[in-house]
Design a protein around this ligand. Sequence first.
Ligand code: TXA
Ligand code: MG
Length: 314
Amino acid sequence: MIAQATAEAIERAAERLRSGGVVAFPTETVYGLGANAFDARAVARIFEIKRRPSFDPLIVHVLDDAMLREVVAAVPNAAAALMAHFWPGPLTIVLPKRAAVPGIVTAGLPTVAVRMPQHPVARALLATTGAPLAAPSANVFGRLSPTRAEHVAAMLGKEVDCILDAGAALFGIESTIVGFEPTPTLLRPGAIAAEEIEAIAGPLARPARNAPVSAPGQLARHYAPATPLRVIEPATVPQERRERSAAVGLRERFAGYAAARVLAADGDLRAAAAALFEVLHELDALGLERIDVQPVPERGLGTAIMDRLRRAAR
Ligand code: TXA
Ligand code: MG
């Protein structure tokens, strides 16, 4: 399962990524668990493998400026200055996302976290795959971030398609994350000291301790549909309460609603997770009175789906 990161192993790993696989790879900070950022189903598998009970927005890794432009819609001057100084390297920047980036990557947020890694194996993998890679740290939920391929193998060896080994990670701590809305803000301290960033960008706001962004997973609360959502078995909803509402079923398209969507016709929870945020955004845009969402089984990715729905419900 562990493969020395030779040119051939990287080529095979890139092949896996192009066909929807999940690959663990070294970066200069920690090992990441990567999937093609444009492939919602492959990204859903990352959450499944990490056994996260909720959807946390992921960092998208890009090779160069051209790949960056496929992912982000705009780059403010302050962000461009930081990129010029620290990229490639362990700095992550949060920017407005392009529509092509699936909602599951950003947990429904309109922004995407991006970074251009400096590790030669991460760069070779990005170049060979030819697509941006969404990659959180390659650990099981609640466990330490892996700084060696062996750490990944011990936690996730059976589930990932390949682990590229390039020895110990240089920094051994995750990237620093900076956002720009509404002002330049240190969202996560990390491998580049805040002072170094402030020397380029000026003073950074620090979210208060316990602020939502400082705790992984809680950030997803920032996105909730504007339309009131409830988790309810649509089959139990009387016809007169369906007419001005939307319904989301796992496999079933419920009749009598103004709009009805199915998350996964075959009931596959990975496919359902991949579709969830897109479906909610789409129905939210219709401006109906309510969205009724059928509960899904709480196993595998169903746990994260239900967590997300309960946060969105009101
Ligand atoms: O060093 C690193 O950054 C490693 C390597 C693999 O690159 N990756 C990593 O990813 O640490 P992860 O998934 O463990 O951390 C992602 C964090 C989220 O918990 C959240 O705090 C922040 O990035 N994040 C992602 N998208 C965001 C967004 N749109 N807005 C604000 N914060 C975001
Ligand atoms: Mg992590």
